[in-house]
Design a protein around this ligand. Sequence first.
Ligand code: BTN
Length: 265
Amino acid sequence: MTLSPEDLNRRLPVEGLGQPLYFFISIGSTNDYAKELAQKGAPHGTLVVADEQTAGRGRAGRSWSTPPGTALAMSLLVRPDSLAPESSAPLTGVGALAVAEAIRDRGGEPQIKWPNDVLIAGRKTAGILVETQWEQKRIESAVIGIGVNVRAGSAPPDEDLDYPATDLETALEAGLSRTDLLVDILEGLTRWLGEVGKASLVSAWERYLFALGQIVKLEGPGESTIGELLGLTPGGHLRLKLPDGEVNTVGPEIRRLRPVDIEDG
Ligand code: BTN
């Protein structure tokens, strides 16, 4: 089914999120457009949706592909009151949880590969890119960008990717409505935005954490680190137990997280 502004407008807003709606058949990046709107003073809850992105962006300078008719590309502008000023990490958790729960409600068993990948059957099916606008030391506004591979053809072939990917319809063996998915994700975003700064957000995020309790390797910037993934800090950073027993906190500046096959060393 096509994604149309008429269908979306009939269902939005969801608890204050999703209006005004800016819909594009094709755009460079919905995050870029939402950031421009933020600078012009657009309100909390403004949503940018596109059927195709020609210059979609992922984390750590990677590109993100959104071919027409196959995926969900959405960017929500938020102006949070309660966010701890030093970090936007919890907003990545909010986005990842909203997507994970929408997948769970469709019968899937999602996992969140910290900080921003949503996996199903061990393959990436969605990514979150949070971009913040600062005013002195406070987050003035943030854009929560969400890309979901919904149909066959949305995920690039493995050889073009840093991590293997799939699409939801293939993984769930079911046809999905992108409009319903978007509405459910917005419901999840409303719910979890209300939990920012609370232990409930972090414990829900931890329940979906990929490789929890396993030995992982974290790469870049700088040296890589190996340790046991213990969970998250109250601010949504990673807790890692190093081989010498020390527990380190790692922020979202890391570029890659991989479980280490102990057999391989
Ligand atoms: C990642 O996994 O690295 C994050 C991917 C985020 C992609 C979404 S699609 C909607 C929004 N617009 C963008 O240019 N990026 C985000």
